[in-house]
Design a binder for this molecule. Structure first.
Ligand code: APR
Ligand code: PHB
Length: 414
């Protein structure tokens, strides 16, 4: 059966102020920021609550992201359980070079808190507001986005429903349907490499985050909690996971992360493994008419810079401010400004993520000269205080373009 109206068993009304597509970090944080401004919203999510709460993704929060979450009452568990790191290590041919983030910035660092834990906190906070959050409601289409009352068409239990609203927030990730309705120009760079990401039930052997440059390819040692290690190995985009036994993974990690003193990693059961593509993508503009994009729906950064979650949070912070002003003034030019305001920062983060990716990985097209240049570049940032400071500022998220008012942003020349 199909119908026009609302899926009442889900507590979804036929109309709302802001229709949010996607219950990832972008959609959930946006919903909370709007709630605090008294703006109503409905979140439609294609997957189940369990799926959203168990999806292992990144988990690196810049100080600005963590402070924002704290300031809106979502930081209790994050501050209690998050692991703060004020340094990281470049392991170059087995030799450690420490980048002291705290000393190189105004004491800043990164908080490690699994994205799945953050999503659990955000879903609980949404539930506590009593405002609608509907799972297993895949959105099929966004229509009438150039008019005054856009419509979101979604499915639930084999029925088709419509949600009318003032504005649609497309927070539906890279594969969601909202970007297609905007018809943006897509700027894409596909990398010929990927990561084999592993979650292991073993206390991290090394206290700090280690980015290893190695002739066998890049490796990353990271943490999720005092009991959980997060590890990555550069691999091929079509890598067959069946070829990677736990033993082979640990052997390869040891080979790439080995130190000159021969210290090896403590091993433990591997709980999850996955191939993570490395790609860069930006949609310009980040919206059209009454449909605005945020998070992975609008851009993707390769994970090397650990920036995806922070970009998503910065987007929805700006979007919530835009919508607050729009409800006060009803001036549609404000909605157009949102994209201009965000893109300058987005491109800075793309620049940093592409740089981290290009200096640390072994690329198929690289010859020995390119590899020597990578080592020289890494030695330069580790030994020059001004280069190290510039790197640290980007790493902790002190990008100069972040909070520039719209009138100071570069406007695209057609
Ligand atoms: N209808 C409803 N929901 C949808 C649809 C659809 N048709 N398509 C996708 N979604 C949902 C997905 O199921 C997902 O829960 O949108 C959500 C998008 O969430 P994320 O992919 O986590 O994207 P975002 O919220 O922008 O967060 C970006 O996630 O991928 C990581 O590294 C990235 O940390 C960054 C963060
Ligand atoms: C991670 O812990 O998953 C992680 C850490 C640092 C990065 C990227 C990912 O740069």
């Amino acid at each position: 059966m199909s119908g026009v109206g609302s899926a009442r068993d889900l507590n979804v009304p036929p109309r709302t102020q802001v229709a949010i597509i996607g219950a990832g970090p972008a959609g959930l944080v946006l919903a909370h920021l709007l709630h605090l401004q008294g703006i109503d919203s409905v979140i439609l999510e294609s997957h189940s609550r369990e799926h959203c709460e168990q999806r292992i993704r990144a988990g690196f929060l810049e100080e600005g992201s963590a402070s924002l979450l704290e300031s809106i009452g979502l930081g209790d568990r994050l501050r209690r359980e998050g692991l703060v790191h004020r340094a990281f290590v470049f392991r170059l041919l087995g030799e450690d070079h420490r980048i002291a983030l705290g000393d190189l910035t105004d004491g800043r660092g990164m908080t490690i808190y699994g994205q799945e834990e953050l999503v659990k906190d955000l879903i609980a906070a949404r539930r506590a507001t009593g405002r609608p959050l509907a799972f297993q409601t895949p959105v099929q289409a966004c229509s009438q986005i150039d008019g005054h009352e856009p419509v979101v068409v979604y499915r639930h239990n084999d029925e088709v429903w419509e949600l009318r609203c003032d504005v649609i927030a497309g927070c539906d990730g890279f594969h969601g349907p909202s970007r297609a309705a905007v018809k943006p120009t897509a700027y894409t760079r596909q990398c010929p490499i990927a990561w084999l990401g592993v979650l292991a039930a073993v206390p991290p052997t090394i206290e700090e985050i280690v980015y290893a440059w190695h002739n066998r390819g890049f490796a990353l040692h990271s943490v999720r909690s005092p009991q959980l290690s997060r590890l990555h190995l550069q691999c091929a985009p079509d890598e067959d996971l069946n070829q990677w036994s736990d033993e082979r993974i640990w052997d390869e990690l040891d080979a790439r992360l080995s130190r000159r003193d021969g210290v090896t990693l403590d091993r433990g059961p591997i709980l999850q493994k996955a191939v993570i593509p490395l790609r860069s993508f930006v949609a310009e503009p980040m919206g059209r008419g009454r449909l605005l994009l945020a998070g992975d729906a609008a851009h993707i950064v390769p994970p090397t810079g650990a920036k995806g979650l922070n970009l998503a949070i910065a987007d929805v912070h700006a979007l919530s401010q835009t919508l607050g002003r729009w409800y006060a003034r009803r001036d549609d030019a404000l909605l157009e400004d949102y994209s201009r305001r965000r893109l300058r920062h987005v491109w800075q983060v793309e620049r940093f993520s592409a740089w981290m990716t290009s200096v640390l990985h072994r690329f198929p097209q690289h010859d020995d000269f390119d590899r020597k240049l990578q080592v020289a570049e890494l030695r330069h940032v580790c030994s020059s205080p001004s280069a190290a400071r510039a790197l640290a500022e980007s790493y902790v998220g002190l990008d100069s373009s972040r909070d520039l008012p719209a009138e100071h942003q570069l406007v695209a020349v057609d």
